[in-house]
Each structure stands twice: as structure tokens, then as C-alpha cells.
Write a protein that binds this ligand. Structure first.
Ligand SMILES: [Fe+2]
Length: 368
């Protein structure tokens, strides 16, 4: 398969009664998620005018004074809602280089009440800035649309893998799904071409990521075309004998299409049949250009086990993805790894009541 042939999944094929169209969609999912970890989606139905209205509103928020943005920044909930300042998140393999971006997080779907008590940071309530009704309304609506597209694709993925049609959907119901708005920051004259990346190479740690497409902005803040051909999203294909490090492919969706990417959880569930896409966001070589974009992350419910499903449990897969772990625990560990949660968040795992025994022994000693 040529690197220019990233498959397109037509959502109308997925819902068609025509078996040939269904088979075409299944094959596109198997090829795209299996080799590239990514497919393009046609006929997704995302409201483009609403998306632009959302980007306008998000830029309105990012242009607010720093104090107002900092009031929406919540390290106590590991930045899982509200504003993430620049220089906060770091890709695991980036060697410490932070991403050149600011973000806002919110959850568009109802959260599971029990999981919210167990994992208060990743199931937190949404928070909203004062006087930002359009930001909230458009954000919630686009986030929900992206979630619905994702569920639809997950159903198609289950069918393509000959699993029960709702195998993935039932595992994500009540999960800590989150929609992220990003503004990639403009580089100045001295920063351009110095190796600064808008987003360092990483794989997403969730199940499936939906990317509706961003907008570049020129130095005056107007939406514009891509400032140079090389900037933007690149992904690394699965290694082959000819290309043991994979191939870097520019991810540029055809007109009218959006992008869906495999996350680590989907790679693990499928025992590696689907590939979590390593991807990087290259900054422009032209100074003063910025970009807004959006990503919706579908996660397994916190109680799901992250390990190969029985259908994919070969010896090789079992060894590669051991030990299995709860999705909620998996999320906590990754948020520590990428610098959003503090290392001592992991102290919350396991039995935490040894102090009670200590207290009882102390009372006993006191009596003695
Ligand atoms: Fe990503």
C-alpha cells in the first residue's frame, strides 16, 4: 500500500443495506487502522458552520487577560477540565520538550456517578468562564457530534473485526470522554526552524480520537490557508521490513473529510491488530502563524480492563500488553507520565488504610 493511500471510510457505507458498501467500509477500517492507525471519514455530518463559530468563541477566550485564563486552570484536577497553560503537557518520549500550545478541556457526555467518586479528577464537572455562553453552547454541541461519529465508527470497527457490533460501544458508555480545544502558538523570528514542535510525537492513550479539522491564522488573526506545505499533522506508519522505523506520512484529510485515530486502548484491546498512531504536529516555517484545532477523545469506561480481548489473545499479544490494568488506573498513570498529574497521584492506588492498623496498634501500646 502506498503511503498516499490512507483509506477513507464513508459513514453512509457503514449504514448501507448494500453488503458491498458495508464490506468496503470494513476493509477501509481494517487497512487504515491496521497500517496507519488512522482513517479519513467522509459524510460525517459535523456542522462546519458551528465548528467555525466554536473556533471564533475559543479564540475569544484565548485572547482574554492571563489572569482570567489562569482562573480556569485546574492543576488539582490534573487539567482535565478548563484551561491548560502552554509549557505544561509533555509527550512521554519527547525528552522533556513541552508542546507549544494552550488548551481547554470539557466533557460533552454525562459522566458515570460512581466512577466520578472513584476518579474525581478524570470525571470532574465541566467548568466555564464568565460571559462565554457561545463558547459553552458551541463546544458542547460539537463535542457531542464528534462523540456520535466516534460511536458509529466503533460499531463499524467491531463489525470489521467480526466482534459483536456493540463490543466497543458498550465498553465506552459512561467513560471519561473529553473534548479538547487547542491553540498552537505563533513562533517568533528566532524560534522558527529551531526544532520547536507544536505537538511532540506521541500516541494517544484513549480508545479513539476524532479530529474535525483545524484552522490556520495569519499574523493579523484572520483564518488563512496553510502557510507552508510541510507544517501540520504527520503520522508514523507500522514498521515493515523495508521501513523498520515506519514511514512519516502527512495526514491531510481530503476536502470534506475528518480524521479518526486509533489510541493505545484500542491497540491493546485488539492485541496490536490496530495500531495506536504515533503522530507529531510540525510548526510552520513562517513566523507569527498560529492554528486552532479540536480533538475528541473517546475512552474506555474506568472499570474496563485494558488487555487484549479473547479473540486477539495470542501468546505474543498477551506478553506484549501485560499486565492488564483497569482503564481508570491506566489513565491516571498516563496523566502522570505526560506531566498533567503529579507523581504522587499513583499513591492513591492499592490499599491506603495501613494507617488505621498503625493507629490501632498505637492505642494498644498506649494502654499497655
Ligand atoms: Fe494526539
Amino acid at each position: 500500500m502506498s503511503v498516499t493511500e490512507i483509506p477513507v471510510v464513508d459513514l453512509e457505507d457503514l449504514s448501507s443495506a448494500n453488503l458491498q458498501r458495508q464490506e468496503r467500509a470494513s476493509q477501509a477500517i481494517i487497512d487504515g487502522f491496521g497500517h496507519y492507525g488512522l482513517v479519513y471519514i467522509r459524510n460525517h455530518g459535523i456542522d462546519q458552520d458551528l465548528l467555525t463559530a466554536f473556533y471564533d468563541a475559543f479564540l475569544g477566550f484565548t485572547s482574554r487577560p492571563l489572569e482570567e485564563k489562569e482562573a480556569m486552570s485546574r492543576p488539582d484536577i490534573w487539567y482535565q477540565r478548563g484551561w491548560t497553560p502552554p509549557d505544561t503537557e509533555r509527550a512521554v518520549v519527547a525528552g522533556g520538550q513541552p508542546d507549544f500550545k494552550e488548551c481547554y478541556f470539557m466533557a460533552p457526555e454525562p459522566v458515570d456517578d460512581v466512577a466520578a467518586q472513584e476518579y474525581p479528577e478524570i470525571y470532574s464537572e465541566n467548568i466555564w468562564p464568565e460571559g462565554a455562553d457561545t463558547f459553552k453552547r458551541t463546544y458542547e454541541s460539537i463535542g457531542h457530534q464528534l462523540h456520535e461519529v466516534g460511536l458509529y465508527l466503533l460499531r463499524g470497527a467491531a463489525r470489521a473485526l467480526e466482534l459483536e457490533p456493540f463490543r466497543f460501544e458498550s465498553a465506552v458508555y459512561g467513560g471519561p470522554h473529553v473534548t479538547r480545544a487547542l491553540r498552537y502558538l505563533p513562533l517568533n523570528d528566532t524560534q522558527v526552524d529551531t526544532g520547536i514542535l507544536w505537538g511532540e510525537e506521541h500516541t494517544d492513550f484513549n480508545l479513539l480520537t476524532l479530529l474535525p479539522g483545524g484552522r490556520f491564522l495569519d499574523p493579523s488573526g484572520e483564518y488563512t490557508q496553510r502557510p507552508d506545505a510541510d507544517c501540520g499533522l504527520y503520522l508514523r506508519t507500522r514498521p515493515t521490513d523495508d521501513h523498520p522505523h515506519g514511514q512519516m506520512v502527512q495526514g491531510m484529510a481530503p476536502a470534506g473529510c475528518m480524521v479518526a485515530q486509533v489510541g493505545q486502548q484500542l491497540e491493546i484491546l485488539t492485541g496490536g491488530k490496530f495500531l495506536a498512531t504515533p503522530h507529531v504536529i510540525k510548526a510552520p516555517k513562517t513566523p507569527a502563524f498560529s492554528r486552532v484545532s479540536m480533538a475528541h477523545f473517546i475512552h474506555l469506561h474506568a472499570h474496563q480492563i485494558v488487555g487484549p480481548l479473547p479473540q486477539f489473545r495470542t501468546d505474543e499479544a498477551t506478553q506484549a500488553y501485560s499486565p492488564p490494568v483497569l482503564a481508570g488506573t491506566y489513565g491516571m498513570k498516563t496523566l502522570v507520565d505526560i506531566g498533567l498529574a503529579p507523581p504522587n497521584a499513583l499513591d492513591g492506588l492499592g490499599y491506603r488504610h495501613y494507617d488505621r492498623l498503625g493507629d490501632m496498634r498505637a492505642v494498644e501500646d498506649g494502654k499497655g
